[in-house]
Write a protein that binds this ligand. Sequence first.
Ligand code: LIP
Length: 291
Amino acid sequence: MAQWTECMNFGIAVARQAREVILDAFKTQKAVMLKSSPADLVTETDQRVEKMIISAIRQKYPTHKFIGEESVAAGERLVLTDSPTWIIDPIDGTVNFVHRFPFVAISIAFAVNQQTEFGIVYSCVEDKLYSAQRGKGAFLNGVPLYASGQEDITKCLVVTEIGAERDDLALTTMTTNILNLLKIPIRGIRAVGTAAVDMCLVATGGADAYYHIGMHCWDIAASALVVREAGGVVIDTNGGEFDMMSRKVIAASSLAVAKRMAQVIQAFPCARDDENPTKAGNDVYNTANGH
Ligand code: LIP
């Protein structure tokens, strides 16, 4: 594990460079392209920042592999092997980025033998750098992080996301989940607009749980480790073991809260990230007839 510390420090240095590019573009008007729905956006900055991150890392570590949101969207195969692999979302919260809603994050995870060794989430506008190395704790700008440890769901503040899906089944499932959680009752629901930051808020103890269906591995691979290293729990929405390719996740302050949420939350069907390695994240929304 210690052998990956140098890689993590390099990843943090690259994230800091990428943040400068994102902050410059944050202030400007952006051309927007659609991916899987009218709410699944990508900009030239997403693509440029991902290329910059991958190029810098590949120059230092030429044998390493990459899974990048925009590379996959451009048709690259999404396959996680045992090789050292960087899992990258250059701008998590692209809708926020386009609207200048100040929560946009760079998410960089690093996996070996399909186990995440470190995760970096840089909330760019806030200048909050979340990091975790497996077995070595979680940090926010170098200060240790601890989840709340809350075990009573009626005392929980929950974060989630509306996501990019706009079909009836996804929207009905999503709103039903919110309704059923509020009826428990829980304290409240929040949505920041970036899965990575949502999950890191659980690691800070500022939120007690996060859940989502439909996000991708690059959105949460890094923040899942941050939560775990802060003493939180990460499971599948069905109550089983977390699988970063499944597009379903619950992160919580305790196993008791995670399992209780799993009893309430329903998932809508969505293809695994690795189900069709050349198609993941590749659905193109056809603006001509709206689907
Ligand atoms: C985003 C996620 C967010 C979700 C959005 C989108 P992106 O990732 O972080 O949780 O609600 O639909 O998937 O596309 O901005 O990298």
